[in-house]
Write a new protein. Structure first.
Length: 237
């Protein structure tokens, strides 16, 4: 994976905490889903916003590991979290752990569910099908049997814009990239001056195809709403 989000990293916290995600809600559902489990992996830790809130809510003894492939984001996560979380410059395709974790989760990280008018799709930062298969297999190997995988659910990506604190403006353009992909351009502007621009492409899988992909890797969906409306929950078989 390329070092995506490198240009956007310095504005990431401002964008994400100004209405993009409700981190408190995600952290509450994560804490409920994790329960008494102790060894937890975040896929795409970013600047550590989820970890920070999860540490405030989870039970004592939680051992958190976060991986990300963007050094600028990890630098901010290290400044935020210190030594409370083990942070690794790593992508899931090349990760090589034994069964070390009880839970893995992604909040808009490597994988996420996108809920739209045409149904739900699994979105991925990994563009090739073989990468997604390999990444999920590596992840399954990193989870102990019976371990949980929690993938966040959010609205499908759409073009939009909104104001940010400090007189800035956030704009995102989303278009169909064809061949099961969507293309998203993020901009941070002051008046008409572009301060940061990030171009990202996502692979999207229809629900049935995504289910087969997860099942082949060794994940079974848990029935019902899982931890709540913000996550889909799977068990490592």
């Amino acid at each position: 994976m390329a070092d995506s989000y490198a240009e956007l990293a310095r504005h990431y916290d401002l964008i994400m905490t100004s209405g993009y995600y409700d981190y408190d809600a995600y952290a509450r559902e994560l804490a409920a889903g994790i329960g008494d489990r102790r060894d937890v992996l975040e896929l795409g830790v970013g600047t550590g916003l989820v970890c920070e809130r999860l540490l405030e809510l989870a039970r004592a003894g939680l051992r958190l590991t976060g991986i990300d492939h963007t050094r600028g984001m990890l630098a901010r996560a290290r400044a935020r979290l210190g030594d409370r979380v083990r942070l690794i410059d790593q992508d899931v395709v090349s990760a090589a752990w034994g069964p070390a974790f009880d839970v893995a989760y992604s909040v808009g990280g490597v994988w996420l569910w996108l809920a739209g008018r045409d149904g739900a799709h699994l979105g991925s930062h990994l563009l090739r099908d073989d990468e997604n298969a390999a990444g999920l297999e590596r992840l399954a190997a990193a989870l102990r049997p019976g371990g949980l995988l929690l993938l966040s659910v959010q609205e499908a990506h759409r073009s939009s814009e909104r104001s940010l604190p400090g007189g800035l403006r956030y704009v995102q353009h989303v278009q169909d990239g064809g061949d099961g992909r969507i293309v998203k351009d993020y901009f941070v502007l002051r008046d008409d001056t572009v301060l940061a621009h990030q171009h990202s492409t996502y692979r999207v899988f229809p629900e049935e195809e995504a289910g087969r992909l997860l099942e082949r890797a060794g994940f079974r969906p848990l029935p019902g709403p899982g931890t709540g409306a913000l996550f889909r929950q799977y068990v490592r078989t």
